[in-house]
Ligand binder design. Structure first.
Ligand SMILES: *Cc1c(COP(=O)(O)O)cnc(C)c1O
Length: 387
């Protein structure tokens, strides 16, 4: 089976990990800071806090922004469940905003309408999580305008998007947001096994996120309530977690990040190849916002005029042909957990129509041209099979 995504681990990655294993610190050591500095510099953000997953990063970013019971977080239904769950961890309510027909990211027209309505009802969100689906940035200028008008905070869920650009600047620089989150899960662009990071330019937010990553414990006398009792002294000043990443993982991250530009180029070359192979087929290829340069985590095609049955038959045809296609994502509001919170089919029709038509094809840096040819052939025969 050709998977839809996979990591690329080289000898230099293994050497970097082994070096840490032989060193004094396998966690809470110097490599984590090196990794944080490297990512922050690469994307142009002031602060970086590495954690054990993007899910943890979203959670502590929400808490650091003061999200709590009685508050609301809005996000897109076309995302991984973690983009919404972070609100529930904080005791806040979740609501969704339907997606744009072309980019499949948050629809700014819908968002504006929903904000106008929420202002009348007194139900404005405290936080909006903007997910850069497949690696393509949301319309951040538009979002920033609304953020200023309505006073909400913005977290960019850039789990798909490290290396992507918006207006020729790196995603993660937080120019139009309060914080950005990256994921280093093996299917993402660079990996640490499991891992994530919060990027921000806000020193107070960074300080809070760092505290929450490690039990809410501080060793900095200026943050303590009492004079230190001695050199051993620390204080727990908030209820935090153990969301720490290890130096072992960070070493893998540092080593992987050295190849980010190669990864982006390799992904982009494979996207070009798909784009030309599919030019005359009855499918929608990924549409790109002129101001965005995708990191190409995913290559998502959409069947035209399909229904649930044809979508499923097409998908099964590819799987039977050894192509590890996937669907990103089952709209989050349709998950049983969210149904129990009151969401229903029909609530977000653009997302639901997308779900009936979308298929993610294999895309990763080491996907060979022979493998890609076989994906392309199976797409062609799959379309014939359902026509
Ligand atoms: C992968 C992913 C996450 C969660 O990342 P983890 O590092 O696995 O916790 C969150 N949001 C989106 C959009 C993702 O794709």
């Amino acid at each position: 089976m050709i998977p839809y995504g996979r990591q690329d681990i080289r000898d230099e990655d293994i050497d970097a990990v082994v070096e840490v294993l032989r060193s004094d610190y396998i966690t809470q050591g110097p490599v984590i800071e090196r990794f944080e500095r490297q990512v922050a510099d690469r994307v142009g953000a002031r602060y970086a806090i590495a954690v054990n997953s993007a899910t943890s990063a979203l959670h502590i970013a929400c808490l650091a922004l003061g999200l709590g019971p009685g508050d609301r977080l809005w996000t897109t239904p076309v995302t991984f469940v973690a983009s919404a769950n972070c609100a529930r961890y904080c005791g806040a309510e979740v609501d969704f905003v339907d997606i744009d027909q072309n980019t499949y990211n948050l629809c700014m027209v819908r968002l504006r309408e929903k904000l106008q309505q929420a202002e009348r009802n007194g139900t404005l969100p405290k936080v909006v999580v903007a997910v850069h689906l497949a690696g393509q940035s949301c319309d951040m200028v538009e979002l920033n305008g609304l953020r200023q008008q309505y006073g909400f905070r913005v977290i960019e869920d850039a789990s798909h998007a490290i290396g992507g650009q918006y207006q020729n600047r790196p995603i993660g620089n937080c120019q139009y947001s309060d914080a950005t989150v990256f994921s280093f899960h093996p299917v993402k662009i660079v990996t640490t096994g499991e891992g994530g990071m919060v990027l921000t330019n806000d020193s107070a937010l960074a300080e809070q996120a760092e505290l929450l990553r490690s039990h809410g414990i501080t060793r900095a006398p200026e943050h303590m309530n009492e004079e230190p009792h001695g050199p051993w002294y620390y204080e727990q000043i908030a209820l935090g977690f153990n969301y720490r990443i290890t130096d072992i993982q960070a070493a893998l991250g540092v080593s992987q990040l050295d190849r980010l530009d190669d990864y982006l180029a390799q992904r982009s070359a494979r996207v070009e190849r798909y784009n030309s192979a599919f030019a005359s087929l009855p499918i929608r290829r990924p549409w790109q916002l002129p101001s965005a340069q995708s990191a190409w985590h995913l290559y998502i095609i959409r069947l035209i005029n399909s229904n649930h049955q044809t979508h499923r038959r097409f998908f099964e045809h590819l799987r039977t042909s050894g192509i590890g296609v996937n669907v990103h994502y089952i709209p989050v509001h349709l998950q049983p957990y969210y149904r129990r919170l009151g969401f229903n089919p029909g609530d977000f029709p653009v997302a639901e129509a997308y779900y009936r038509e979308a298929v993610s094809l294999p895309l990763y840096p080491t996907l060979s041209s022979t493998e890609q040819d076989s994906v392309i052939e199976s797409v062609v025969s799959g379309l014939e099979a359902i026509s």
